[in-house]
Design a protein around this ligand. Structure first.
Ligand code: AMP
Length: 425
């Protein structure tokens, strides 16, 4: 009997885990720079948090994992981060704190999609939500942060696509105009778009179906229906992006998948070798009604999310190494029971100071131990042979410079601390 992982999932093995850790560290550092605090919410929510009356996107209606627990409660594995974060923001009364609330998250989401490259059923996202401000400065900050996230990693030709759907009134006027335009073509639209025409017609704008594309070409655009307030908001966001020299393109077909978006919506693209059309690494937008809808006070929000598998894949394609590549500090070379015992003692000392190390646990010969040390890319070898034991010393070898010296055993910890610190500079 063989066992396999669930379709659309993957294992992260140690050689890949270090990239995940490095990316997570990078994300945490970046968010700290922008004064965001981390929030961790459960991977499951009561279904009504996700399945709201106003949310008709495919992701929510077709792709969620829904189940009942033993007490017959309806639960859903979260397909995205925002709804759970907002539920928590309300439940924990974070809105009572003064000022805006800036939150970020890193964690898994679940969508029952057709698996392919860059598309999984369990996948990781990091993202942010800023609650409590209507000011365009926060739209611009969130877009700047999204841009920085990718640009600082070293990816090339990063571009921001941005659009505005306007406030509720503008959105409603646009929706009406779009439905009026599309209805005569109803029979010519794709099956999916025929359904969208009733439920969320804005989504038809970014349809990839060939029969839709011709029709969409001449459809009215959201920007033609922005009222004065919405227009002003959008223009201010764009001028702030100009001030910060963030390159952007206005994409007046961009609507994004979720129904709650209003005003600013955006996506971050990068040119990645071998990625084809699927180069949107993340995106987000403003939402004005979600907090109210989930039972909280009337509070505006804006956020974004990035898919981490796609980002790691992109970094790999572009041969970009995240700087936080930890290698082993020390490998101990031992010869017999006595030297192994001594190595165990020294390792314990080093590890209390977070100096990483390992040694042989298979009683292998010198050559094989050396091979293993190379495989781990250890920075130093500590060799403990018979003579060394007799004289209470060790041989310390720098594997890069090949420099080898004799060090008293009780000076090893201090010597390594200084050397490793120096290596970092
Ligand atoms: P969305 O929440 O659909 O706006 O997606 C935001 C980002 O998450 C996308 O740009 C992708 O990078 C990533 N993403 C979305 N769905 C998946 C999936 N099924 N597997 C892997 N990454 C995904």
């Amino acid at each position: 009997m063989s066992y396999y992982k669930v379709k659309g999932t993957y294992d992260v093995l140690p050689n890949e885990a270090k990239n995940w850790i490095a990316l997570e560290n990078y994300v945490r550092k970046l968010f700290k720079t922008y004064n965001y605090g981390e929030i961790r919410t459960p991977i499951m929510e009561y279904s009504q948090v996700i399945h709201r009356e106003t949310e008709m996107s495919d992701m929510v209606t077709k792709e969620t994992y829904n189940f009942k627990d033993k007490a017959n409660r309806d639960l859903t594995l979260r397909p995205e981060g925002t709804a759970g974060v907002i539920r928590s923001y309300i439940e924990n009364k974070l809105y009572a704190a003064p000022g805006v609330t800036k939150l970020y998250y890193i964690g898994p989401n679940f969508r029952y999609e057709r698996p392919q490259r860059g598309r999984f059923r369990q996948f990781m996202q990091f993202g942010c939500e800023v609650l409590g401000s209507n000011e365009p400065t926060i739209d611009a900050e969130v877009i700047e942060l999204a841009y920085q996230t990718i640009y600082q990693l070293g990816l090339k030709q990063v571009s921001v696509q941005v659009n505005s759907l306007g406030d509720d009134a503008s959105k409603a006027a646009y929706r009406k105009a779009l439905v009026a335009y599309l209805t005569p073509f109803k029979d010519q639209l794709s099956k999916d778009s025929q359904i969208r025409l009733e439920q969320n017609p804005l989504r038809i704008l970014d349809s990839k179906a060939s029969e839709d594309i011709e029709i969409i070409k001449y459809a009215p655009r959201p920007q033609d229906y922005l009222n004065e307030t919405s227009k002003m908001h959008f223009e201010t966001v764009l001028s702030l992006l100009d001030t910060m020299h963030i390159p952007y393109e206005i994409n007046n077909k961009l609507v994004r998948g979720l129904d709650y978006y209003a005003h600013t919506v955006f996506e971050i693209h990068a040119m990645i070798k071998g990625f084809g059309a699927q180069n949107a690494l993340g995106g987000g937008g403003r939402y004005q009604n979600l907090v109210k809808e989930l039972g909280g006070p009337d509070t505006p929000g804006i956020g974004y999310a990035f898919g981490m598998e796609r980002l790691l894949d992109a970094l790999n394609q572009e041969a970009i190494e995240l700087t936080d590549q930890t290698t082993m500090d020390v490998y101990f070379i031992t010869f017999d029971d006595l030297s192994r015992k001594q190595a165990m003692k020294l390792q314990h000392q080093l590890r209390t100071q977070f100096i990483s190390s390992d040694m042989d646990h298979l009683a292998r010969g010198f050559k094989q131990q050396l091979k293993e040390a190379l495989r781990y890319d250890a920075k130093y070898l500590v060799i403990i042979g018979e003579d060394e034991l007799k004289n209470n010393v060790v041989q310390l070898k720098n594997t890069k410079t090949e420099n080898q010296e004799v060090i008293p055993m009780d000076a090893l910890l201090q010597t390594l601390k200084e050397r490793l610190n120096h290596d970092k500079i």
